[in-house]
Design a protein around this ligand. Sequence first.
Ligand SMILES: Nc1ncnc2c1ncn2[C@@H]1O[C@H](COP(=O)(O)OP(=O)(O)OP(=O)(O)O)[C@@H](O)[C@H]1O
Length: 312
Amino acid sequence: MIVELKNIVKRYKNLVALDHLNLSIREGEIYGLLGPNGSGKTTAINCMLSLLRYDSGEVKIFDQTMTPSNYDVKKRIGLVMQNIGVYDELTVQENIDYFCGLYISDKKLRRQYVDEAIQFVELDEFRKFIPKKLSGGLLRRLNLACGIAHKPDLIVLDEPTVAVDPQSRNKILDGIKQLAAEGKTIIYTTHYMEEVEYLCDRLTILDRGKEIITGTTEEIKQMSMTGEVINVEVVDLPLATQQKLHDLSGLINFNYETGSLNLQFEKGHNHLMNLLALFEKDDIQVLNLTIKQPTLNDVFLEITGKELRDNV
Ligand SMILES: Nc1ncnc2c1ncn2[C@@H]1O[C@H](COP(=O)(O)OP(=O)(O)OP(=O)(O)O)[C@@H](O)[C@H]1O
């Protein structure tokens, strides 16, 4: 394992921010920490990297016990914080050079690394800009470049796409995929389930500092009690057919409003086939049909009774 958290407990006075949290992160994977605001993602990162004291538990990174003074481990880690941490008076290039210089003393190598980081986040034409002159998305990309320029083996990103325009967001996400393809291990915190689905090999869903569930996106979705939701647009749906629909096996929810039919089924097979067979028999004309599989949010909702983003 590249990172192991065992039974981490972190309290802020009476609030338990991390409640016996366990994480095992393998080499080369993109690992997601997904949870609503205040679920403990940032606290988990800060405890993991010894930036914050915790009450009990143990953290190992690269098979070594992580401590605030373990610089051998620290220099192999790149951290991209949620809050932008760059110097206002330095240009884009100078900022990246400064952060890279904390780890890389060889000037020639550093110049190469800084250039590569600038290319990586596509900020070449903004090299001489000071941060104040950059848009929010470009600033996030600078923040990313500062965290990864020294070519760390483990990259920790804490909500790097918050308040970012779609273009920069896609660049950041694709950049992260590229880093993983180069063999880096990535830890990625977010409250956007779409990002986790797009990026992560495995994830842990957190709520109130507790691990709710861990697995691949597919494994977690499989845990949902709910099956697919089928939406059908029809020309007309006579009452007699509506009655028969109610009797379809595995149906959990039925909703019909002028031309639009929504059916939610429990897990299982043949729901669509049964539905289409009934439509054919009753000669129902279908204009459009979509099937929605359960999402990570559905699973979160089933377990915790609330939405992933209900307090965003
Ligand atoms: N310095 C602090 N003092 C007291 N409580 C804190 C402190 N930092 C965080 N908390 C609380 O600990 C809990 C976890 O917060 P944390 O910032 O780790 O969550 P998060 O999942 O990263 O949320 P966000 O998405 O908003 O960053 C929250 O209830 C928060 O209010």
